[in-house]
Every structure is written in C-alpha cells, then in structure tokens.
Design a protein around this ligand. Structure first.
Ligand code: SAM
Length: 283
C-alpha cells in the first residue's frame, strides 16, 4: 500500500462536493443550457466523470430514455459514480478508463462531456482524438475548463514552501494556465473543424465558510504529487511532517490574497471567482 500522510482526508463524494461548493453544478448547468433537450435513445459519455456530477445533473433532470457511460481513470471515483447510479436506479454504465484510451467503438455517442478536466488529463490531444473518434457524426462534444482558479496560486505557494522549487507540481495544480486557445487547439487536433467549435465564458462563485477546513480538503485532493507511471499515489513522509505548514500557508494565501478573484462577503466568508470556458464542438 502506498504511503499517505496521517492527516489526509480520504475523499468521498461528499468531500468533493464540499470542496467544490456549487461551482461544478453551476458550470455544468451552463453547459447543458447550450444544448437542445436530450431525446430517447441518446448515448452520452461522461468522460473523466469524477464522482459523476454531469451524470447526476442530466439524470436529475429526468430526461427520456437515454444511457450514460461514465468513465474515469480513478477507480474510487468510478465506484462512487456507480453507487450513485445504482442508488438512483439510473441507466448508467461505469468503467475505469483512461481518456487517452477509450474502450468504446467509433461513432458511438450522441454527446460526449469532458467537464472541467481537459486541463488535468495529461495528453489532451490524444484525449481529444478519442472524444472525436467515439462521437457519432453530427454528435456534440462538450469540453469545459476553468480559466480562473484563484486557489491554484495559494496551493502552489504551499507546494513550493513545503517541497521546494525542484520536482514536479501536482497534476491538478498546473503551472501553465490552460486557456480557451489551448482547449480549441486540442479539439482541432482531435479532428473538430474550427468552424464547428464555439466557446462560452461564465463566472461561478465558490464560497468558503471555513478556510481551515477547506485547506485540509484542498491539500488532500489537489496536493498529491504525480508518479511518472501512475496518476496518483505521490505522497511522502515529508508531506506528513509539513502538513500543518502547508495548511497554514494555504489559509494565509487565501485570506490575504484579495483581488478581483478573491473577496470576502458580508458574512466574512471567502469568495473565489472561478471562470469557466465551455467549448461546444460538433462532429
Ligand atoms: C477536476 S475533476 C472533474 C470531474 C468531473 N468531470 C466534474 O466535473 O466534477 C478531473 C477528473 O479527471 C480525471 N482524470 C485525470 N486524468 C485522467 C485521464 N487521463 N483519463 C481519465 N480521467 C482522468 C480525474 O480522476 C478527475 O476525476
């Protein structure tokens, strides 16, 4: 079994929901607003599904008989998503699967969602090729990213403070921002024609009532270092020893880092302004 710091929160669906607040739902809601209603027989891919926020929102809107295929590289997330579907009796198939190697035939899906994931998938060009390959001609790909994530600077600061400047950054804390142009370029490399891609920008607000609790959740989920051959399992004894230092630094950065994208509301809660870019691409 790989090492985990004793302070770490072993993520369950409710922890991810607490970490993300309502921003994911708001972002997915915007994405769905750009699409015509689903119709009977639609086959939908929830690619890099996490705990199934897209699946949940689509199924929660009581569409007609459609099937969703929810996949993610993280088997615990896939399990969480499978349980969610089972508990609700939804027609959802789940599988642990890399976005770069989808085990689906060509031209299968009417819709392919890759929500808030393109910036952290690794090889996004190959992922885009797989989205294109598995989409039916005339089908729609919905690919979204966050172009403003004010917490990333705070977490990177804690990473550098406790681990030094050498070595890799956690996968979910990319140093280079992933922009609308990067998303467009990946989709075009994947096979989508530029004229068939439209991008939309929307804000969503993440309210953090308790910065200490949020720092604990955020570092547990986002602070893990990558291993060259795996997506996860990169914690060390040093991370356990310096856990409190990392926590204090994240709180300090978010508390003091006020600006356009970090503010306090009237209750004194910290509010982060996230900016979503949602690409809608047709094959
Ligand atoms: C920020 S989460 C977004 C999850 C979900 N789509 C949502 O909107 O809540 C990014 C997801 O990408 C998954 N992921 C990262 N690299 C992947 C890859 N190469 N193939 C498939 N999933 C991957 C992670 O496991 C994680 O669940």
């Amino acid at each position: 079994m790989s090492f985990k710091p004793k302070q770490i929160i072993n993520f369950k669906a409710e922890d991810l929901i607490e970490l993300q607040g309502s921003v994911t739902e708001v972002g997915i809601g915007y994405s769905l607003g750009f699409l015509p209603p689903f119709t009977e027989g639609d086959e939908v891919h929830d690619n890099a599904c996490g705990f199934g926020a897209v699946t949940e929102m689509i199924m929660g809107r009581h569409p007609p008989a459609i099937r969703i295929y929810a996949t993610d590289i993280n088997k615990e997330f896939v399990q969480g998503c499978a349980e969610l579907a089972k508990n609700n009796g939804w027609p959802v198939s789940t599988a642990t699967m890399s976005a770069q190697e989808l085990k689906f035939p060509d031209d299968k899906f009417t819709h392919s969602f890759t929500t808030f994931a393109f910036h952290c998938l690794g090889d996004h060009d190959t992922a885009a090729r797989e989205v294109y390959r598995t989409l039916k001609p005339g089908g729609t790909a919905i690919a979204s990213i966050w172009t403003s994530m004010p917490h990333v600077d705070a977490l990177q600061h804690a990473h550098w403070l406790t681990r030094g400047r050498e070595g890799p950054m956690p996968k979910l804390l990319p140093v280079e921002p992933f922009t609308e142009s990067d998303l467009r370029r990946a989709l075009e490399t994947g096979g989508f024609k530029p004229e068939n891609i439209t991008c939309h920008t929307r804000q969503a607000f993440l309210t953090i009532p308790d910065l200490r609790r949020w720092a604990q959740l955020a570092w547990s989920y986002l602070g893990e270092l990558p291993k060259p051959d795996e997506w996860s399992n990169g914690w060390s004894q040093r991370d356990e020893d310096k856990w409190d230092e990392a926590q204090a630094d994240i709180v300090e950065q978010l508390d003091s880092g006020r600006g356009n994208f970090i503010a306090k509301n009237e209750k004194g809660e910290t509010v982060l302004t996230m900016v979503a870019c949602i690409a809608i691409a047709t094959k």
